[in-house]
Write a protein that binds this ligand. Structure first.
Ligand code: AKG
Ligand code: FE2
Length: 352
């Protein structure tokens, strides 16, 4: 649908790609091309038949609901550390604030600006692979929610395998050897986030007094995003900055969005698109309340250390702008001037 400010604006529809043909080998190239085209157009794709059954996804949502349904003092037995770099454990509502750095803004300015923003009205629990130095998991005592830890670890490892398959499809679409991305993604720098956005009044979401998650890009290779049926995810229109289109839940599909690393890697041909969570269209009940939303992002980054560290990220697509970034500049708030624009940084600030 065009609008007056952006005559070229689209309805932002995100392609739905049946991934079965890649997994069973019957249509590898066609599926890979379809997925890549969607990453280039919108930065997002819905994948059907991607390798997890609905029962497995529903089971993880059930565990998430059980966890967030515990009393606050119980959840606080697995507290997210104050450090902004140890992304594990439980963060209470209002604790985390997602803020997107503006062009040219340094981290100090961004932190000051972020503190003036409304905190995200959500609670989260983050976990990853066991035994990662500096990123140890923070679990509840097992007796408080028996089976929760095992469920998180199983789901995490299923997502890890699925994401490696998606990266193979991506390499196929880009005309690279199928395992091009694999060695960069065997490391442990990835994260399973359970998110719960409590019920909130439609009025406070519309007025900006409360926000679910504010506009940001993901600082990673890609995210698998499982969402429940409530809705509210919005993606910025590729042709009309500032215009957001709904990315409603599609039964049976996982949402996959490209992150900043993939945008950088592909020399900006794949988009790392700004997205946010607001009130879903016409979801308020007669009491004016928006129902709670649960979502599960599995965030796939790069190992920050080791032989295939982030220092190796250089554009893989031929272009006059092709460069390598020295390791000290891999994760700057904003890179040197000739670095493609993908190195946006979204801050996840933990408020104390
Ligand atoms: O809850 C959602 O659907 C969005 C979560 C998200 O964008 C994120 O955690 O980066
Ligand atoms: Fe995100």
């Amino acid at each position: 649908m065009a609008n007056e400010d952006c005559p070229s604006a689209t309805d932002g529809a995100i392609a739905i790609v049946d991934f079965a043909g890649f997994i069973d080998g019957s249509q590898r190239k066609a599926v890979a091309d379809g997925m890549l085209a969607s990453f280039k157009n919108t930065g997002f794709v819905y994948l059907l038949n991607y390798g997890l059954s609905q029962a497995e996804v529903d089971n993880m949502f059930d565990w998430s609901k059980k966890f967030f349904g515990l009393p606050e003092e119980a959840k606080q037995l697995a507290p997210h550390p104050p450090s902004g770099t140890h992304h594990r454990g439980y963060s209470a509502p209002g604790r985390e604030k997602v803020y997107q750095l503006k062009d040219g803004e340094d981290e100090v300015g961004a932190l000051q600006a972020a503190h003036r923003f409304t905190s995200d009205f959500k609670e989260s629990f983050e976990s990853g692979r066991e035994g990662m130095p500096g990123m140890e998991n923070i679990w509840l005592p097992e007796s408080m929610l028996p089976g929760f830890r095992e469920a998180c670890l199983n789901f995490f490892s299923r997502c890890h395998q699925i994401q490696l398959t998606i990266l193979r499809a991506l390499a196929t679409g880009l005309g690279l050897t199928e395992d091009y991305f694999t060695p960069y993604h065997l490391g442990p720098d990835n994260q399973l986030r359970l998110l719960h956005y409590p019920s909130v009044s439609a009025k406070s979401l519309h007025s900006g007094e409360a926000t679910r998650i504010s506009a940001h890009t993901d600082f990673c290779t890609m995210t698998l995003l499982f969402q429940d049926s409530v809705g509210g995810l919005e993606v910025e229109d590729p042709t009309c900055p500032g215009k957001f289109n709904p990315a409603p839940p599609v039964p049976g599909a996982v949402v996959v969005n490209a992150g900043d690393f993939l945008m950088r890697w592909s020399n900006d041909t794949i988009r790392s698109t700004v997205h946010r969570v607001r009130a879903p269209p016409s979801a308020a009940g007669s009491d004016g309340m928006i129902p709670p939303r649960y979502s599960i992002p599995y965030v796939r980054g790069l190992p920050l250390h080791g032989s295939t560290s982030g220092a190796d990220i250089s554009c893989i697509l031929s272009s006059a702008r092709q460069i390598s970034i020295p390791s000290s500049n891999v994760f700057p708030a904003h890179g040197p001037k000739d670095v493609p624009s993908a190195m946006n940084l979204s801050l996840r600030v933990n408020m104390l």
